[in-house]
Design a protein around this ligand. Structure first.
Ligand code: MN
Length: 287
């Protein structure tokens, strides 16, 4: 199942180029609360599956290109992210982009602001910081569905609602400007999520997922989840020892090698044959 958020944060199911409106399955839905109610819908998904199938069998779908896709998870409860979780990326970060030693295994997670999240139709907006460098990091994102704490590796995948994609956009440090990671990765639009969530029942083994990044049509990054230093169960195990996980938490799994600069005017595409494509313009921020 592909669960998409569209227009004024309505909930839909996508198949091919069609979308079924599932919003009647969100109790108390209204446009002001809608972004937050998505997390509740995610938590209740196991009990909604029959009703979703009923709507898809009986209701008239909309053409997918007639709606505006919104962030796949508009207000993540927490936006966790793994630093340095592919060996080849660890090596490149020991070079001119060095950010200290260690991998996700030793460093744990960092957080991005949930308020930085934007959707598949929104550009990445670069703030006006003369002389500073912004990078793309194309990453697979795990969306948590079932709450829990101290989740064991063995049980971890049962807590996954599904998978989506992000560009973990980043302001790089310099020799003299060494801001906190959360600050550098939380500029608005630096945490796009989409194009939708593919539910975990379709991807029972995430190690088969691959992700690639193209900038202006040129391939820059390629990742196989099988190459993660901390795999998806290990990321869930590690984070859930720190804080209880909630439906609507998201976890960016880390960037493969090949990070590079973003410039206004670029087009960055993160795509996965198992999930879909997040295709984003890059612009200068106008505020
Ligand atoms: Mn990253």
């Amino acid at each position: 199942m592909r669960i998409a958020i569209f227009d004024d944060h309505r909930v839909g199911a996508v198949e091919g180029d069609r979308l079924w409106d599932l919003t009647e399955l969100v109790p108390g839905w209204n446009p002001e609360l809608a972004p937050y109610l998505v997390n509740h819908f995610i938590g209740a998904y196991p009990e909604r599956r029959d009703a979703i199938a009923g709507i898809m069998a009986g209701a008239e779908p909309l053409p997918l290109d007639s709606v505006r896709l919104r962030p796949a998870v508009p207000r993540p409860t927490s936006f966790f992210a793994a630093p340095l979780n592919y060996r080849a990326h660890v090596s490149e970060m020991r070079g001119p982009l060095a950010s200290g030693g260690g991998t996700a295994r030793e460093l744990g997670f960092f957080l991005k602001s949930s308020s930085a999240v934007t959707g598949p139709a929104d550009p990445i907006e670069l703030p006006d910081l003369p002389g500073r460098r912004f990078d793309y990091e194309g990453e697979l994102v795990v969306v948590i569905g079932k709450p829990g704490r101290a989740i064991s590796r063995r049980d971890a995948l049962a807590h996954v609602f599904g998978y989506t994609l992000t560009v973990d956009a980043t302001l790089r440090m310099t020799e003299t400007q060494r801001e906190e990671r959360t600050y550098r990765k939380s500029f608005w639009s630096f945490a796009p999520l989409g194009p939708w969530v593919v539910t975990a029942d379709e991807l029972p083994d995430p190690t088969g997922i691959t992700v690639e990044v193209l900038v202006n049509g040129e391939r820059r990054q390629q990742a196989a989840l099988a190459d993660l230093i901390l795999d998806v169960p290990a990321l869930i195990e590690q984070a859930s020892k720190v804080v209880p996980l909630q439906p609507g938490d998201v976890f960016a799994t880390g960037s493969p090698a090949g990070v590079g600069q973003l410039h206004a005017g670029d087009e960055v595409r993160v795509r996965s044959p198992q999930i879909g494509e997040l295709r984003l313009a890059v612009t200068e921020r106008d505020w």
